[in-house]
Design a protein around this ligand. Sequence first.
Ligand code: SDX
Length: 424
Amino acid sequence: MTDKIATLSIDGMDPIKLPIYEGTGGQDVIDVRQLVNSNLFTYDPGFVSTAACESKITYIDGNQGILLHRGYPIEQLAAESSYLETCYLLLYGELPTVEQLDKFTNSVRKKTLVKEQMIHFYNGFSRDAHPMAIMCGVVGALSAFYHDRIDISNEAHREEAAIGLIAKMPTLAAMCHKYSIGQPFIYPCNDLSYAENFLHMMFSTPCESTTVNPVLSNAMDKIFMLHADHEQNASTSTVRLAGSSGANPFACIASGIAALWGPAHGGANEAVLDMLSKIGNVNNIEQYICKAKDKHDPFRLMGFGHRVYKNFDPRAKVMRQTCDEVLNLLGIENDPLLQIAKRLEQIALEDNYFIDRQLYPNVDFYSGIILKAIGIPTSMFTVIFAMSRTIGWIAHWNEMHSEPYRIGRPRQLYTGKTRRDYPS
Ligand code: SDX
């Protein structure tokens, strides 16, 4: 907090003094809560200049291209840590000891199974249903099994829900894939690491168990880590808003999945692959760059631009390096889509339209190329994002419930009809 004050002067009104708070990083904030007493609202569609909450979990500096999880730079976590260790850090605030990580890992392992009757929910979907539609349904359905057993004011109950969600999301996600290709569901194998287990459930069959290539499972774990949390993005803000009503945590996570699905948000990774495939070869890049710059053309360069990053998304840098490593190790360094992506990035970063608008590759630009190399179908890309982001969503949900909170209830600028009588 600070003793700094903002004074709002409005003709005909007494000056309104608003407290200014400063955090440990980033912009100061002006507390505008008392404006309602002056019969005034702030107006900020898209929340470009609005801090909706206080948080200690993740810090982003969009100008410097910095991303910290509980103070640790994403580059260092990606190089040294693992997804489950990062989950522990995001949830509890500190890196675990060896014993703490073992205990946490075992707690997750014990919850990877879902109720057998969950299978009936899958059977209700058409085989070609989008996996994100299925995930919205089945994750929301989890609340039916745990609704009356969770007291969200109880820290231990919240922790159990968090661990259950981290554990079950890979199982539910892999079931989406198996259902879409008409293969039997594969049960989790708890001898495997988190990423190995997911790839096992995705690619094994009852006839033969897949041998997970460590290059691919390491890349998978890194992708999980790079998507784990990202401050108050659209889907995390959705989870917080749903949670502020006291809703069941599984239902709140389902709301986050729904918000993530949009192509402007988590759906961009799938859209990037579709875009690269549509471009087809490097000779067509210029025409797509023109489309992206044309105000009358709805086409956007998917995987480019960000509300916060006005510099390189640090995750995109790590993702690009991982992409090079994985494709080299797999002997597909000349992957045509990667060549198009690299050339597209080079051309866009030299073009004044993108430079003037500070548009850089974001986390979604390279992730899809790695996922494709791992053998993940494009329609599953956003499901992978949702799986990874579950820890971020539930850490923010838990942080909100750890302090006194009020239901989120934004107001509006009303420009509709004034009162009029129903014609008699
Ligand atoms: C994620 O918030 C998060 O943290 C999200 C995320 C996370 O981890 O949770 O980081 C994950 O969602 C990454 C973003 C993935 N989405 C995409 O890659 C889709 C393509 N990007 C754009 O749709 C856009 O850049 C957004 C949605 C990401 C950001 O939109 P903003 O902040 O509302 O910016 P804007 O649309 O107002 O754009 C500003 C200008 C506009 O031009 P002008 O009107 O000023 O002339 O930049 C242009 C836009 O037309 N612009 C683009 C563009 N992105 C912005 N032009 C072409 N291609 C693009 N990709």
